[in-house]
Design a protein around this ligand. Structure first.
Ligand code: FA5
Ligand code: MG
Length: 456
């Protein structure tokens, strides 16, 4: 059994994206439906919640130290998205089940880090003309094959940021105390805050996040990490203070404002070491806001800035905008409905008033998964993201959620049974049962055609 996306891609020899034409091949799994999102540039519509969120975050990374940039074209090479960043050959992020391939060497970027090298090279080129600019932010649309629910959408927006310090050109390690002192002096320029940080220094595991000992001294890494943490804490505290104010304004005085708390958690990224995630305690739970770390020196060496050290971070704009504006479903960001769009104004953080909640229409599909072919047959393993892609291709934004509700293996035949529940619900109108049935019949049919499942 072969992946459905392969069949779909075989229908066209070329994909046209942002005016350029790309040859397709057996790697291609980018659908027209996904490509219909390219070029919307929601972050540039100044009254759109994503643009308001972008501005708020950019205001925490101002000129002349930071340039604030955007990257319109989502097509990057696998080298930019993975190789340059040190992704190992077997990293799951590279697989066709997780990433939209245009062809074997070209993908829709899965993260803004795909542009890190280009921005480091730019800092180096602009060294004479803009010497103060030692950092940047960049916002862009990113694409991932993923689950379908109210907080996941195959297209979302990330903002990445980085800041570098120049070291003496000769034997930088010997002058690392000097570099650390410079960075520590810069930390004192960042205003402090009084929000509790629960775990300011989580244990760093030396295998996951080794000291890059041939390039960095422990005290430099300490200084870069401290500058990174203070900068990002300040940014999220600004964002969440605005969110709390908006929440308090809309609910009057009957709701106790929740005290803000943040914490640091150790993380892993191939292009930073050490690496962390920043989490915020919001409405009763810890939420992951961003990933970050001390940039791998090899990446800087390969990006024309061998004598600089620094940090980088990447965050999801939707995740923050949903909290800021109280937006309950990630599909809403793509809505062209005036009842949504008219609620937002540039520079204002306001609570979204849901204009309707149409009835959910649940339909289940249960099937037997065929046994995997022998490895020699080159079988593509059944992956949940392929089910998601079938549903997405047929239902588009009319599907709110897809979840696996039952799974078991028959004790005698060893065949596996799965049951997915699909919630068909439009954000804008009430679907008829006939419409939902029609979509659901197509989903059932395509599961049989593409994967050879046996419906139950
Ligand atoms: C990355 O994408 C790294 N490139 C981040 C990074 C940059 C690390 C620079 C170090 C240095 P990750 O996959 O965890 O990491 O995504 C980063 C952020 O994007 C998450 O913290 C989250 O805020 C957001 N995000 C990730 N997946 C989704 C999704 N499916 N929907 C919405 N937001 C998401
Ligand atoms: Mg993460």
């Amino acid at each position: 059994w072969t992946a459905q996306s392969t069949k779909q891609a075989k229908q066209v020899a070329n994909l046209k994206i942002e005016g350029d034409s790309y040859k397709t091949d057996q790697w291609t799994n980018t659908t027209d439906q996904i490509l219909s999102h390219v070029g919307r540039r929601l972050y540039l519509d100044e009254n759109h919640p994503l643009a308001i969120t972008r501005k708020l975050i950019e205001s925490q990374f101002p000129a002349p130290v930071f340039g604030n940039y955007l990257e319109k074209n989502p097509v990057v090479t696998t080298a930019q998205n993975f190789d340059v960043l040190g992704f190992p050959a077997d990293h799951p992020g590279r697989s066709r089940t997780d990433t939209y391939y245009v062809n074997d060497k070209t993908v829709l970027r899965t993260h803004t880090s795909a542009h890190q090298q280009a921005y480091f090279q730019q800092l180096n080129r602009n060294e004479q003309t803009r010497p103060e600019e030692v950092g940047y932010t960049v916002i862009a649309d990113v694409y991932r094959r993923d689950a379908i629910d109210r907080s996941h959408y195959p297209v979302f927006h990330q903002m990445e940021g980085a800041m570098l310090w120049k070291r003496p050109e000769n034997n930088p390690l010997a002058s690392s105390a000097e570099t650390a002192a410079k960075i520590n002096a810069d930390i004192d320029l960042i205003p402090t805050h009084d929000v509790p940080v629960e775990d300011p220094n989580p244990t760093i595991h030396p295998q996951r996040n080794p000291l890059q000992a041939e390039h960095h001294s422990a005290e430099e890494v300490e200084a870069i990490g401290a500058h990174l943490k203070r900068s990002l804490e300040r940014m999220v505290i600004k964002v969440f203070t605005e969110a709390s104010k908006a929440a308090a304004a809309s609910s009057g005085s009957d709701v106790e404002p929740e005290p803000l708390k943040v914490r640091w958690v150790e993380a892993y990224f191939p292009f930073t070491s050490p690496s962390w995630e920043l989490e915020v305690f919001w409405q009763g739970e810890w939420l992951e806001i961003l990933g970050c770390g001390v940039i791998q020196q090899n990446l800087l060496i390969n990006s024309d800035v061998p004598h600089r050290v620094g940090w980088a971070f990447g965050l999801g704009i939707e995740r923050i905008a949903m909290l800021l504006f109280n937006i309950p479903d990630i599909r809403l960001f793509w809505s062209r409905d005036e009842r949504f769009l008219s609620q937002f104004r540039a520079g204002q953080i306001t609570r979204f008033e849901p204009f309707s909640k149409h009835p959910a229409c649940y339909k289940d599909v249960a099937f037997w998964v065929p046994p995997p072919l022998s490895a020699a047959g080159g079988a593509v393993p059944f992956h949940e993201n392929d089910v998601m892609e079938i549903v997405r291709g047929i239902g588009g934004d009319l599907v709110e959620d897809v979840s696996l509700i039952d799974e078991f293996t028959h004790p005698k035949t060893q065949r596996k049974s799965m049951c997915y529940r699909i919630n068909y619900r439009s954000l804008e109108r009430t679907l008829t049962n006939e419409e939902a049935n029609e979509m659901h019949d197509q989903v059932r049919k395509q599961l049989v055609d593409d994967f050879g499942v046996e419906l139950r």
